[in-house]
Design a protein around this ligand. Sequence first.
Ligand code: IMP
Ligand code: MG
Length: 176
Amino acid sequence: MSAKHHVEMFLSEEKVDKRIKEMGEQISRDYAGKNVHLICVLKGGSFFMCELAKRITIPVTLDFMSVSSYGGGTESSGVIRIVKDLDEPLEGKDVIIVEDIIDSGRTLKHLMKLLESRKPASLRLCTLLDKPDRRVVDVNVDYTGFAIPDEFVVGYGLDYDQMYRNLPYIGIVKFD
Ligand code: IMP
Ligand code: MG
């Protein structure tokens, strides 16, 4: 059971879509003449990856993986497990990990190390949201949609107890 709460609008659908369009254009410029291989971290990254991929104008391939670092609550446990691995090898590819949010950075630190060992030509990190104040371990973020304050957010793929992923905007969970 989740605690009594409500969701307040934080970043509107228009704002988020506009920013994703800019990020897609930036990636298309940075990787001009190449193909880019996007890796979606499920489930949260899926909404962002679909929108981002549509805004990239160079050839794109996609793959999905699922790692777990959270229980039902709002705090990272620091325990990371691969729930679903990638279907394709990464060797020689220009890879971008697409995440919904970077919080403590623990998940990404672990994931970057793992994917680096599969010998991609390059490996970058793209996140829709970043909470820099919450960082516990160092991670280098190449593309950030929005840097946000330390609040628990939902929508655009992000959940609270598996709810609200389908909101077309980013909201803040307020506990009553
Ligand atoms: P980290 O390992 O602490 O950086 O946790 C990253 C993961 O925690 C994200 O991919 C999300 O799944 C989840 N997470 C962190 N902050 C939030 C939030 O504000 N709302 C929803 N999920 C979050
Ligand atoms: Mg996630």
